[in-house]
Write a protein that binds this ligand. Sequence first.
Ligand code: ZN
Ligand code: ZN
Ligand code: ZN
Length: 374
Amino acid sequence: MSGSVATKNAGALYASRISRVRQEMQRRSIDATLLSIGHDLPYLTGYYAMPLERLTMLVVTHESVAALVVPRLEAPRVTPFDDVFRIVPWGETENPVSIVAKLLVGAKTIAVGDQMWARFLVELMSFVTNAKFVRAVDVVGPMRMAKDANEIEALRLAGAAADRVAMQLQAGEIALVGRTEAQVSADISARLIDQGHDVVNFAIVAAGENAASPHHHAGPRVIQENEIVLCDFGGMMNGYCSDITRCVFVGTPSRKITSAYSVLYAAQAAGVKAGVVGATCESVDAAARKIIDDAGFGDFFIHRTGHGIGMEAHEDPYMVSGNKLTIVAGHAFSVEPGIYLPGKWGMRLEDIVVATDAGPVSMNNVDHSLVILN
Ligand code: ZN
Ligand code: ZN
Ligand code: ZN
């Protein structure tokens, strides 16, 4: 997997991110932040830990240099940034939890990443008594959500690459009729790599009644004429994710399908338009949902309108009723309403959108209509 955001001055970037973490820790009276596997670690250091049983842990305290506790055998994979963190390797016969505990002497409130193995936290609690543990997501989460210019550029490039594959789909360059969903899924995956993605995260291909299941797994069903084909795909490029959904129709769609699609089209556009700085996340969901509700399809829109995206394919913030979080510049999220008629057909339309001070900017710009193929 490639490193995180490409920049000429990675060390300065990580130093500034960690110093913002310290400011937030100060504000919240947190003495130490512990980040293990998951994406906060590469966000702050450029280092992706393998999700293995051996402990990897970034220890950020109020000292000027953080400590990266890492298995000795993994240490060669770490790109060092001496001003940002020192590497603390541990050998196979040492107890890494006691090494972390020594770095935490005197800490009263300790923030821990969501993805730390429970095992390490439980062991740590026996070393560090009298400390209170809180979630590190409150410290790092708001930073992770508000993407900087480099991150937005990475999302834009990943989105443009996904768009090129969607364009091939809409141009009829990807054969559909007579092939299985799984074959088309493999084809789309290969094209994502061809267009510059490092990793494919998923390529959902759902034909006809299968499209009524939002996370349908592409299978042996052979695509026929006169049915809708929903394609939802994305991957990672330079450490940032793409995610797009487009539907095409091979043949002549019924009046029912074209009219439902025009509702979906309007709902998705309304969701994008609502994604402005200062609005709440739930208002994006409400804007898309209202149009689908008003058209009588409300019972068939069975999921939230969107999810955040960045280093992870799904991350905060979520565009869902009840999420009162205010959108700030740099928030990146999907807007992907759908209409699903069980046993019949389904449709979804998805773009990735970044909120900016100049309004919402879509990372996906290929044709939003139900493209008819013959
Ligand atoms: Zn999904
Ligand atoms: Zn998607
Ligand atoms: Zn999505």
